[in-house]
Design a protein around this ligand. Structure first.
Ligand code: SF4
Length: 437
């Protein structure tokens, strides 16, 4: 059971093209869109500007049938000019909110570009407000500002902020960190429990009263590759990371489960019995969905922090050839096992200098370019086929049952392009604008 997967590069120390120029990504506030759905008794109070409020409102929509679980405390010009006591105003806003909403058990004060520019100390505010409202409400702060590297760092910062307050335990246990859609989380827990692994807790929990503790006998696995700070925070609490490729596709899911099974001494026989049927289903689904991807090239811009594990999936399970694999930040302790499995050849880039990277993308003209929303339409207009990276964060793509859908997400734009080529008069494709990717 513990035989390593056949390795391609076999090297996690691949050289990185490091770029620190202008970048085109959403800010960490975006993570509130999925975190507020996951954490049912939490409220995310962004301390920011009207721009921040607009971003959240347009990304998350309006909660019509339920009380909203996110909002923005707007910093007005007097706050920004230092003419008002922003801490006192924040206290008043929180007072109003919590007196109206007894259902809130966790309050996140979320920093933004404006609050960071005026150096509003939200850590101090969280400490003060926690003291005032404990034990009814736990107040924690984290940054979602665009000064950070990319939008998935919002979740990382949120989970990393929770870890220091977790109670201590000596119990031998598994924590799985990363917010997954409920249906996917249930599949994951079903597989781990069938392997006889437990006790298991998932971070973040749906409700504040679900017990999570951490200590020297805790091991943890990450279900999302963007959790570098959470990894560091759990390690500081004495927990040990189970490093593994991420659970995308059949191979990634098997390797991820295998690493945990090995840690908990699960026999090969049990492992095979539990995983054989879903592995088979996943293999067949990927084979069917990945047909248009075979032999095609892919260029991944740095956006979601999922790029390295997805490049591993696309090259090894879907027959693609990766030309460049960009990632906003490369944390080798986290994504090293995926890097090792990627066949030799692609440029690995970290960070972004968007103009230079666009030139490389235009020169290499990959069959599929995975990039942010802002770059997709201009590249489509230049005749490149694109996939919106953010869709990969909002779609269930982890574990066996989603493996075929994951391949299908990448296959769809290629299929669409092929259909358009059949229909369109020669030379007219460059006129396409705003195509759904
Ligand atoms: S946090 Fe910064 S980047 Fe994000 S919406 Fe607010 S001002 Fe814009």
């Amino acid at each position: 059971m513990n035989a390593p997967l056949s390795k391609a590069s076999g090297c996690r120390d691949v050289p990185l093209l490091k770029e620190r120029g202008q970048r085109e990504v959403f800010c960490g506030l975006t993570a509130i869109v999925w975190l507020h759905r996951k954490m049912q008794d939490a409220f995310f109070l962004v301390v920011g500007s009207r721009t921040c409020a607009h971003l959240l409102q347009s990304a998350a929509g309006v909660m019509i049938f339920a009380e909203p679980r996110f909002g923005t405390a707007i910093l007005e010009e007097t706050d920004l000019a230092g003419m008002a006591d922003a801490q006192a105003e924040l206290d008043r806003e929180v007072e109003k909110l919590l007196s109206r909403r007894p259902d809130i058990k966790r309050l996140f004060l979320v920093g933004s570009c404006p609050s960071e520019v005026i150096k509003l100390d939200l850590e101090k505010a969280a400490e003060r407000l926690s003291g005032k409202y404990a034990p009814r409400v736990n107040v924690v702060n984290f940054s979602g500002s665009g000064i950070e590297t990319t939008f998935t760092e919002g979740e990382d910062a949120c989970l990393a902020a929770i870890v220091p307050d977790l109670p201590e335990t000596d119990e031998r246990q598994l924590i799985v960190a990363g917010a997954l859609p409920d249906v996917v989380e249930d599949q994951m827990l079903g597989l781990l429990k069938a392997l006889g692994i437990g006790p298991i807790t998932v971070l973040p929990t749906t409700n504040a009263d679900e017990p999570v503790a951490v200590g020297a006998n805790t091991v943890f696995a990450l279900s999302q590759p963007f959790l570098g700070e959470t990894h560091a925070a759990l390690t500081r609490r004495g927990a040990r990371h189970i490093a593994a490729p991420f659970p995308f596709g059949e191979e990634g899911t098997t390797a991820w489960l295998r690493a945990i099974a090995h840690e908990f001494g699960v026999s090969e026989e049990v492992f095979d019995r539990v995983t054989a049927a879903p592995r088979d289903r996943a293999r067949r689904a990927v084979r069917q969905a990945s047909d248009p991807l075979q032999g095609k090239s892919v260029f991944l811009f740095p956006d979601s922090q999922l790029e390295i594990p997805l490049a591993r999936f696309l090259t090894r399970e879907c027959g693609m050839d990766a030309l460049e694999v960009g990632q906003p930040y490369v944390h080798r302790d986290v994504v090293g096992p995926d890097i090792e499995l990627i066949p030799d050849g692609p440029v690995f880039s970290e960070g972004q200098d968007v103009d230079k990277q666009l030139e490389r993308a235009r020169t290499s003209r990959a069959d599929l370019t995975v990039c942010g929303l802002g770059l997709a339409n201009p590249l489509e207009a230049e005749g490149l086929t694109t996939k919106w990276a953010i869709e990969l964060v909002f779609t269930p793509i982890h574990f066996y049952e989603q493996a075929g859908d994951l391949a299908g997400l990448f296959a769809r734009p290629l299929r669409r392009r092929a259909l358009l080529k059949m229909d369109a008069p020669e030379g007219s494709l460059a006129d396409l604008r705003g195509a759904d990717t």
